[in-house]
Ligand binder design. Structure first.
Ligand code: NAD
Ligand code: ZN
Length: 378
């Protein structure tokens, strides 16, 4: 089958690879209908993670069940399903507590597994024609048959639940004000989720006009950090106080700048933008080590967080991979009921063959390249 294969920093190719097969009785194999490119793929694509060549990318997957292992009880051939990017067992201590992003079974020595991701276990990605899904009864979320809402449902694999998770980590409550840093797909989903949860005003910080326009379209207030300090702008817009809650949907990518001895994090600005005793939800990814980083600190993953200001303001912070399964059923039902339409972020739907160009352009954050869905077999 054809698949998107990582070769070296800034280069993926579409190659023939071996078809996946049932390896464990609890596996299914799906025929992939949609697999999205994610900002998280760019950490590997840009060479920040030490990913080895040969990895098949793709952790945001949906499709139709093609084959089931003998131990699969619930999922049937022909079912249309979306897979959380987290590979999870369903029976370990963390999974039982709903923390499926930290499954203790799937990835020895490390809590949490994912498809097509370095250090997240041996699971091949779904930017391919077929995908093996482990612990399929637990991981498959069934969808209405047909092809309705395909793009909305595809976003249930990661960014919609991840955006929602950010609001959960921050504890966004009705009527509150929220500052979201990053108007990438994840930040936009966090802003959308905050509005779904009844936030009164949501400020979205970025400097890309096309992304800020999308934020405005869903009813958030765009804040362009190219026009001056974002925290100052947000304070001014909130009567000097700052917002109740804050979300980091930027992560590591904003930190590493040539010539800075110890890279600072966007989180410092977030601490300033949120009021004293407010709470922060951090879903932007911080890579533990950056083998290609420009400074010793960057290579060791040592970033400058002004803990003193955080203490002084008495804030709370929560972070980590999203536990997609904790939210994807409810978010699916909002889509089915016509109450949520996350696909407003989707800018491109492309055949698998176009992946190399799509990676290049999404990585450059070219105007209008917000979220790319790959459609194998299209
Ligand atoms: P993205 O790179 O497309 O979006 C990041 C946005 O941040 C860009 O639009 C960029 O212009 C903006 N930005 C850069 N510096 C900024 C700054 N100083 N202030 C405000 N905005 C700034 O990526 P994405 O797909 O939206 O993902 C965002 C982050 O979320 C990535 O780090 C990704 O790895 C992470 N992520 C985490 C999870 C999770 O489970 N926790 C899941 C998916 C993605
Ligand atoms: Zn993702």
């Amino acid at each position: 089958m054809k698949a998107v294969v990582y070769q070296e920093p800034y280069r993926v190719t579409v190659e023939d690879v071996e078809d996946p097969r049932i390896e464990d009785p609890t596996d299914v194999v799906i025929k992939v209908t949609t697999s999205a490119i994610c900002g998280s793929d760019l950490h590997m694509y840009e060479g920040r993670t030490g990913a080895e060549s040969g990895i098949v990318f793709g952790h945001e997957n949906m499709g139709v069940v093609q084959e089931t292992g003998p131990g699969v009880a619930r999922v049937r051939v022909g079912d249309r399903v979306v897979l959380p990017f987290n590979v999870a067992c369903g029976f370990c201590r963390n999974c039982l507590a709903g923390k499926t992003g930290f499954c203790l079974t799937v990835n020895e020595g490390f809590a949490g597994g994912a498809y097509g991701y370095v250090s997240m276990g041996p699971y091949r990605g779904g930017q391919a024609e077929y995908l093996r899904v482990p612990f399929a009864d637990f991981n498959c979320l069934r969808l209405p048959p047909g092809d309705e809402h395909e793009d909305d449902f595809a976003l249930l694999a990661d960014i919609f639940p991840t955006g929602y998770h950010a609001t959960e980590l921050a504890g966004v409550a009705p009527g509150e004000t929220v500052a979201v840093f990053g108007a990438g797909p994840v930040g936009l989903m966090a802003a959308y989720s905050a509005l779904l949860r009844g936030a009164s005003r949501v400020f979205v910080v970025d400097k890309q006009p096309d992304r800020l326009r999308l934020a405005e379209r869903i009813g958030a207030v765009p804040v362009d950090f190219g026009e001056g300090d974002a925290a100052e702008q947000i304070k001014e817009l909130t009567g000097g106080e700052g917002t109740d809650k804050g979300i980091d949907a930027v992560g590591y990518q904003a930190t590493v700048r040539e010539g800075e001895e110890q890279p600072a994090v966007v989180l410092n600005t977030l601490v300033e933008a949120v009021r004293a005793t407010g709470a922060l939800g951090v879903v932007g990814l911080y890579v533990p080590e950056d083998p290609g980083g420009p400074t010793e600190h960057a290579r060791k993953g040592e970033l400058l967080f002004r803990a003193g200001r955080f203490f002084e303001k008495g804030q709370r912070m929560a972070t980590g991979q999203a536990n997609v399964k904790a939210y994807n059923r409810q978010l699916r039902d909002l889509i089915v009921a016509g109450r949520a339409e996350p696909s407003f972020v989707v800018s491109h739907r492309l055949p698998l063959e176009d992946a190399p160009e799509a990676y290049e352009r999404f990585d450059r954050r070219e105007d209008g390249w917000t979220k790319v869905l790959l459609k194998p077999g299209a």
